[in-house]
Design a protein. Structure first.
Lengths: 650, 158
């Protein structure tokens, strides 16, 4: 019998599936069979590997060789070379941006090097649809230890000592929450795993379900034992079909193994879990609203106290924890509170998963120790900003958070530092922005989101967000007035004071933090009617630089509203009254030429287009005479950094 | 008159027993109704209310709160464009505009042949690879104008 010598850990998280991971799987299996290797090489489908920017991807075990950006047509060659002849294929390995040579080993790729995997310890290593693989990696040993050997109070004590704090946003000490609930004398009690994950930019909870659902179930079971609950709910967004399916499989396997249900592992403890799907309302992530949603009521939040740990679902004591919080619990039980509390900072213990998205080279999920400097995340793990652009800010905490500007790049990432900087931890989305991002636009964006999602119960949140949006829209359209910024700040603080739930009390944060760090940008919009990042449509004009236009007709043909006039070898002219500012002309204009630019502020206002068509050749002759009228600082799209220097108009 | 299948009715009955209150099975039943009838019309709301034994007003209140319950008919392909922040930074507005012109409809409309419904939605949790478009249960990432045009024409051929 042949011995299986190679496992191919093929990522099948949502990102890689969208990239065609299952087609890759089929092709590999066909090729393996073709060479009769089916007993030696096996394809293991795993959950999200985290390095989603390189997907579809796989890791070859036991060597740990990492292949990314796989295409079905690469597979025959790969199978032949690597698995038949034993020669790893360099061409398909990952090449970090600043290096020339591919890095064969996953453990040497900078993206993975700085990470510390505790919650994601099994990601990309086990098949999430097989409980045995979780068990083989010490899965369910924590519950095995807890049930016969520890009293509920001892479990709570251990979690308290570990310093674990909630990963769902506010960072409430988990042990303390459990204690409050366990002290209540009313029964039954409930435990809820919160996987509503509505924060834009965050997807760690989805990935956790897709890569290691059993860790959540085990954590939840331990929590239930500690507080005395007999029933649990997992509240997950309908938008996550794959995550829901994997969790369903995991739950039924756990039931089959006697890890859920009556008399778990022969003890007197009964516990089972049910999945409840949310249906697209951001506010449902808020704990009291979530409870109303499960109860089938209109999911509006309610005043706290009483806290859900005292009076929760159907009036019974209920602990609500984020699912990442719960997945951390088994590790703490197994390795001890002392071990866990050594990781991180004085007040923020352990690791946190972040989703690194936006203008960053290595997008993906990362797990890092608390207290890591922002610089390490952006430059070492994230690989810096694409196209050599400048790092401007990072938004953490989603719509409840704020931005951290580039001069705070040394900031340690923990609950307190983030709050002090005007942002918050939130659920862990990190949206990276570069110099081409307009901060007024970002603030407007988040307010629009919270304004849409406000449930409408409190006036401050409902009408306040409307008023903020109105002013921000005015500013972004060049209609801003002196005093608008002060008004935003004042109203923002009032909304914070007067709202009931976390949605309202945090919604002004994106404005307050952008005003704090980027006031000059607001002022440019208001006073100069200028959008320095050239984003706000009403404040920019697209313009064909006659000095660079070669009359190739590309933009003329691309323009969806036929706003560009021109003939072959004639300088093209944009009719400003027709232009919808979609930017397609700028994109299509070849980087070599880079004739299409964006103007803003004074340049845009004083723009004089050419009066009529002029042949390119003629323009070149007369240009020295008339050039004075067209002196602008052309802005060129990213593709063209190197070409920028040579022909810059002074 | 609309009606659930026998199996579905059995499932509703068992759901009703599962929770301390009747209201609690409303969301799961509405999910089932959406799968079965395609969308939640006033008629469906009334039917569901009768089945569970709560007032239609209450069903209406809940069904309209959530965006994922379709209150209008939805085409064979529900094209949902994420317009949230990460996708916005990557240019989701252009993708939405392209879809509007390719499909010839505005947001929240359905093509006359009932093939496509277009909506914009909040974050789909695939933010690393914007712009993201979800069509029924499939995600399409890093969409470009060309890519989305190709996807639509592929679906048309199906
Ligand atoms: C508007 C709003 C949305 C929220 N969304 C989520 C969410 O998607 N996921 C989550 O775990 N917590 C969310 N929370 C926080 C929860 O209310 C709650 O604090 C958290 O689930 C508690 O878990 P933890 O102690 O483990 O952090 C949200 C809070 C607010 C105010
Ligand atoms: S912002 Fe579009 S998927 Fe998250």
């Amino acid at each position: 019998m042949a011995v299986r010598r190679i496992d191919l850990m093929l990522c099948t998280g949502t990102g890689c599936v969208a990239g065609g991971a299952f087609r890759i799987k089929d092709t590999i299996e066909n090729e393996i069979t073709k060479y009769g290797l089916q007993n030696e090489v096996s394809v293991v489908i795993t959950g999200c590997n985290g390095s989603c920017g390189q997907g579809p991807l796989m890791v070859v075990q036991p060597d740990g060789i990492f292949y990314g950006w796989l295409k079905p047509e690469d597979i025959p060659f790969l199978v032949q070379e690597h698995f038949l002849k034993g020669r790893p294929v360099k061409r398909l390995m990952f090449v970090p941006l600043e290096r020339k040579e591919p890095v064969p080993l996953m453990s040497n790729i900078p993206f993975f090097q700085k990470q510390m995997l505790i919650v994601l310890r099994n990601k990309g290593i086990i098949d999430p649809e097989k409980i045995d693989e979780y068990i083989a990696r010490d899965g369910y040993t924590a519950i095995e230890k807890v049930l016969p050997l520890m009293k509920p109070d001892e479990v709570i004590e251990e979690i308290m000592r570990s310093g674990l704090r909630g990963r769902g946003g506010a960072g409430f000490p988990t042990g303390r929450k459990w204690k409050v609930c366990s002290d209540e004398r009313k029964f039954p009690k409930y435990i809820i795993g919160n996987c509503d994950e509505g924060d834009p930019g965050a997807y760690m909870d989805r990935s956790l379900f897709e890569s290691d659902p059993h860790s959540v179930i085990e954590g939840m079971t331990i929590a239930a034992y500690a507080i005395g609950a007999s029933r649990g709910y997992i509240y997950v967004r309908t938008e996550y079909p794959l995550a829901i399916r994997r969790m369903q499989i995991a739950l039924s396997q756990a039931r089959d193994y006697g890890l859920l249900g009556k008399k778990i592992l022969g003890s007197d403890f009964d516990f089972d879990v049910e999945i409840r799907e949310g249906s697209g309302a951001f506010v449902c992530g808020e704990e009291t609203s979530l409870i109303h949603s499960i109860e089938g009521k209109s999911p509006e939040p309610r005043q706290r106290p009483p806290f859900p740990a005292q009076i929760g679902i159907w009036g019974c004591p209920t602990v609500i924890n984020n699912v990442e919080t719960l997945a951390t619990v088994p590790v703490i039980i197994n390795r001890g509170a002392d071990w866990f509390s050594k990781i991180g900072t004085a007040t923020s213990k352990g690791t946190k998963i972040f989703s690194l998205v936006g203008k960053i080279n290595n997008t993906g999920l990362i797990e890092v120790p608390m207290g890591i400097a922002l610089r390490e995340i952006i430059y070492e793990i994230g690989g810096g900003i694409p196209k050599n652009k400048k790092f401007k800010a990072v938004q953490t905490g989603g719509p409840s958070g704020g931005c951290i500007p580039n001069n705070l790049i040394g900031l340690p990432i923990d609950y307190e530092s983030l709050t002090k900087s005007g942002s918050m931890m939130g659920s862990g989305g990190m949206i990276v922005m570069d110099e081409d991002t307009c901060m007024v636009d970002v603030a407007k964006f988040f307010i629009q989101f919270t304004n849409d999602e406000s449930c409408g119960k409190c006036t401050a949140c409902r009408d306040g967000s409307e008023a903020l949006l109105e002013v921000l829209t005015r500013i972004s359209e060049g209609e801003g007035k002196e005093g608008d910024v002060e008004f935003l700040e004042e109203l923002g603080l009032a909304i914070k004071d007067a709202s009931m739930c976390g949605l309202g009390t945090t919604l002004p944060n994106p404005i307050l933090s952008t005003v704090r760090y980027f006031k000059d940008e607001y002022e440019a919009h208001i006073r100069e009617k200028q959008c320095p990042a050239r984003v706000c449509k009403k404040l920019i004009k697209y313009y064909v630089d006659p000095d660079r236009c070669v009359g190739c007709l590309l933009c003329v043909k691309t323009c969806p509203v036929s706003a560009i006039k021109g003939e072959l070898k004639y300088i093209h002219i944009i009719d400003q009254s027709l232009c919808t500012k979609c930017g397609q002309c700028l994109e299509i204009c070849p980087p070599r030429i880079a004739a299409v630019t964006k103007l803003t502020g004074k340049e845009a206002r004083e723009l004089q287009s050419l009066p009529g068509p002029i042949p390119v050749a003629e323009w070149k002759k007369t240009k020295s005479a008339s050039k004075g009228d067209f002196r602008f600082t052309p802005y060129r799209e990213e593709t063209d950094r190197e070409h920028r220097g040579d022909n810059e108009v002074p | 008159m609309i009606q659930f299948s026998q199996n579905a009715i059995k499932r509703v009955e068992s759901l009703k027993k599962q929770y301390p209150t009747k209201d609690a099975c409303l969301l799961p039943v509405l999910h089932m109704a959406q799968k079965e009838f395609g969308y939640i019309s006033p008629e469906v709301m009334e039917y569901v209310a009768g089945l569970i034994g709560i007032s239609p007003a209450r069903v209406y209140g809940v069904a309209t709160f959530y965006t994922m319950y379709n209150k209008k008919t939805v085409g064979k392909y529900h094209v949902q464009v994420c317009t949230n922040i990460s996708c916005h930074l990557e240019g989701s507005a252009k993708i939405l505009d392209t879809l509007k012109s390719v499909l010839g409809i505005e947001e929240d409309q359905t093509t006359p042949d009932k093939m496509f419904t277009l909506s914009s939605v909040e974050c789909l949790g695939a933010c690393g690879f914007g712009p993201v478009v979800q069509i029924n249960d499939d995600y399409y990432e890093q969409c470009t104008e060309q890519k989305i045009k190709d996807i639509v024409s592929d679906l048309r051929k199906k």
